[in-house]
Design a protein around this ligand. Structure first.
Ligand SMILES: NC(=O)c1ccc[n+]([C@@H]2O[C@H](COP(=O)([O-])OP(=O)(O)OC[C@H]3O[C@@H](n4cnc5c(N)ncnc54)[C@H](OP(=O)(O)O)[C@@H]3O)[C@@H](O)[C@H]2O)c1
Length: 332
């Protein structure tokens, strides 16, 4: 079975994702935009046959099996629910939604409609991460005690840019923080406690934030992220008998080293790839569609809800509030 993909949104990541995945053999049959012009120009650029001037028309297209949502975070829940209501499987860009309540609603709707839904946390599907997960499970670093990861980028400071605009889910946490938070939860499980401190912009979104999470058995993770500075962006999983150091840029195809207790390298891997690496998540999602088993996997939708809840709590402590928080049952 060939999964035929439709794309919602024609912005930055839609371009990178479609370019990368097309080169890897993924089949895109349609694109939907808020304007017919954008849809047509995107379709022409990427060799896509069908161009729709609305998201509703895209999800109604019979030649589309799965929809990739590449709109700002603030639209993710609405756009995902639109696709689910049309009976389409849906891969939703990170951060999956604005709040855990929105995430819960999307995951539950997909389950009721018997379609697959997944957050496009592509890092989890890179071969390097699959290997690292196996090494940890095999006990190669002993019991993991600590995860450290950062995500710092120097991004545009234009107040109207979606990254800075609270109405579009701006701020570092949903765009950048989601990577190290999701990574820590992948390795150590759901946090039992979240302690966050951050700095807000004039518009009330976080420009930088540090979070310490406590996980099962007193294990901890420390993550830091910012959208106004650049750093090497490395990550480590530190265990009782050794550690795994993932080099810059840890959330993209890169290199890692497994070290013993004394710091001596005992294994290393070069995961750098020619393409950006987005096709791995797509292939995993297609396999989920083909198997008919829509639960679990490397980015289990239930774990996405856990990640969103950790971000809700960190935002609450730092004072980052979005419109969706007012509708949320956890809003305080
Ligand atoms: N996985 C990754 O590596 C990665 C990288 C970057 C971003 N992302 C995620 O992808 C999503 C989109 O990010 P992006 O950087 O691609 O954003 P972007 O360049 O601003 O594109 C977003 C697109 O969404 C559509 N849209 C719908 N309502 C909009 C509104 N009110 N304002 C602006 N655009 C609107 C537009 O497409 P139409 O005009 O065609 O409707 C627009 O081109 C975010 O959730 C982000 O976190 C993921």
């Amino acid at each position: 079975m060939t999964v035929r993909w439709g794309v919602i949104g024609t912005g930055g990541i839609a371009r990178t994702f479609v370019g990368d995945c097309t080169a890897a053999g993924v089949v895109f049959t349609a694109v939907g935009s808020r304007t017919q012009e954008s849809a047509e120009s995107f379709a022409a650029e990427y060799g896509i046959a069908r161009a729709h001037g609305s998201y509703a028309d895209l999800v109604a297209d019979d030649e589309v099996d799965a929809v990739y949502v590449a709109t700002p975070h603030s639209r993710h829940a609405e756009d995902a629910l639109l696709a689910i209501a049309a009976g389409k499987h849906v891969l939703v860009e990170k951060a999956f939604t604005i709040t855990a309540d929105e995430a819960r609603a999307v995951v539950d709707a997909a389950r009721r409609a018997d379609v697959a839904v997944m957050e496009a946390m592509w890092t989890r599907f890179l071969p390097q991460m699959t290997m690292i997960r196996e090494l940890v499970a095999e006990g190669r670093i002993g019991r993991p005690r600590l995860v450290e990861a950062t995500h710092h980028q120097a991004l545009p400071d234009d107040p109207t840019h979606r990254l800075n605009d609270p109405a579009l889910g701006g701020g570092a946490i949903l765009d950048l923080g989601v990577y190290p938070i999701s990574f820590a939860i992948d390795v150590l499980g759901a946090p039992s406690a979240v302690a966050a401190a951050g700095t807000l912009s004039d518009q009330g979104v976080d420009t930088q934030m540090g979070i310490v999470m406590t996980h099962e058995g007193g294990t901890q993770s420390t993550v830091h992220f910012a959208l106004d500075v650049r750093s090497p962006n490395t990550a480590s999983i530190i265990g009782e008998d050794g550690r795994i150091d993932i080099d810059a840029t840890w959330y993209t195809p890169t290199t890692w080293r497994l070290r013993d207790r004394d710091g001596v390298v005992v294994e290393e891997f070069d995961g750098r790839e020619e393409l950006a690496g987005y096709a791995h998540e797509v292939r995993a999602f297609e396999a989920m569609i083909e198997s008919g088993d829509h639960e679990g996997g490397a980015m289990d939708p239930e774990e996405t809800v856990v990640v969103m809840a950790a971000m809700d709590e960190a935002r609450r402590q730092v004072g980052v509030r979005y419109a969706a928080d007012s509708a949320s049952s956890t809003a305080r």
